[in-house]
Design a protein around this ligand. Structure first.
Ligand code: TXA
Ligand code: MG
Length: 310
């Protein structure tokens, strides 16, 4: 049975105790709900893969309460310091060279010589990490290949009975996963996400490079990911008969990502609206064009994965 826990100190302590016991606990971050387990406990991490039905070659992001704790696991650099100062806690993950004797389970890094680390914002995430006093490995708390959860209800509908507990902190503010920047070599944008590329480039004073074509540096980036059951049509200039429609800006549609064309609001609504359209048993979902600027880049990336043939 999956327990629903709230925001009280006792509930946070209960969740931390479950993590210590090697159980999987879903918790809210500002991006999406994560499915957490003790990153030093291989059996616990295996429980994440089992609950999600996730291909085991995907390395996981570890979550820690602050930059100081991050240094216990990743080899620190000037660039890491600049980005941590500017964006942590917040929706940015850094891939750093893995420190020797990090104590992390090899299942977390999938055997890579690097580790992805993030300091999430939000009282519940921070409270849980501080109560647990250790690194928490956490992918998004959805069955593999399905839409990422931005509410405790989403987590329940995907994973009920498969995990020990869900900490319910309401809806996620950002609604998109973290941006992932690789700092194991030249700073690289591994995944677009909650922090726009330009903001990171501004802080670094340098352009981020894109991963080499064909090189799978963020192997979680399978093309058909975040998929609703329905067929998706993107950049729709008008709606066709029988489609459920996802709008952006002033227009008639079933659901609107942001009537005021606000990309941050659209990002926060994206997965929730896809869940709702899916729940309407749509056969086909049409999506209005989203500008390819700022957070729009990450939104379009998620949409094209959701629309990929499968
Ligand atoms: O916002 C987020 O990042 C959410 C919340 C829960 O924190 N987490 C999340 O985790 O999106 P997940 O497992 O769905 O995505 C992790 C991504 C994958 O694309 C994975 O391949 C990449 O991080 N990754 C992890 N470790 C890596 C490494 N050492 N090198 C390159 N990519 C890595
Ligand atoms: Mg995910």
């Amino acid at each position: 049975m999956t327990r629903l826990l709230g925001t009280s100190a006792q509930d946070i302590e209960k969740a931390a105790r479950l993590l210590r016991d090697g159980e999987c606990v879903a918790f809210p971050t500002e991006t999406v709900y994560g499915l957490g387990a003790d990153a030093r406990n291989g059996r616990a991490v295996a429980g994440i893969y089992a609950a999600k039905g996730r291909p085991s070659f995907n390395p996981l992001i570890i979550h820690v309460p602050d930059a100081n704790s991050a240094r216990d696991y990743g080899v620190w650099s000037d660039e890491a310091q600049l980005l941590a100062d500017a964006f942590w806690p917040g929706p940015l993950s850094l891939v750093l060279p893995l420190r020797e004797n990090s104590g992390l389970s090899e299942l977390v890094t999938a055997g890579l010589p690097s580790v992805a680390i993030r300091v999430p914002a939000g009282d519940l995430a921070q409270g849980l990490l501080r109560a647990f006093e250790g690194p928490v490995a956490a992918p998004s708390a959805n069955p593999s290949g399905r839409i990422s959860p931005t509410s405790a209800q989403h987590v329940f509908s995907g994973l009920e009975g498969k995990i020990a507990a869900v900490l319910d902190g309401g809806a996620c503010i950002v609604g998109l996963e973290s941006t992932i920047v690789g700092l194991a070599g030249t700073p690289t944008l591994l995944r677009a996400g909650g922090v726009p590329r330009e903001a990171i480039e501004h802080v670094l004073g340098a352009r981020l490079i894109d991963p080499q074509d064909g090189e799978i540096s963020a192997p979680g980036q399978l093309t058909s990911h975040y998929a609703p059951r329905a067929k998706m049509r993107l950049n729709a200039q008008s709606w066709d008969e029988g489609e459920k429609t996802l709008g952006f800006g002033q227009m008639e549609c079933d659901l609107n990502l942001s009537e005021s064309s606000d990309l941050a609001e659209a990002a926060a609504n994206l997965f929730g609206h896809l869940h709702l359209l899916d729940a309407m048993n749509a056969d086909r979902i049409a999506v209005a064009p989203i500008p390819q600027t700022g957070l729009g880049v990450a939104i379009n990336d998620r949409l094209s994965r959701a629309a990929a043939p499968r």
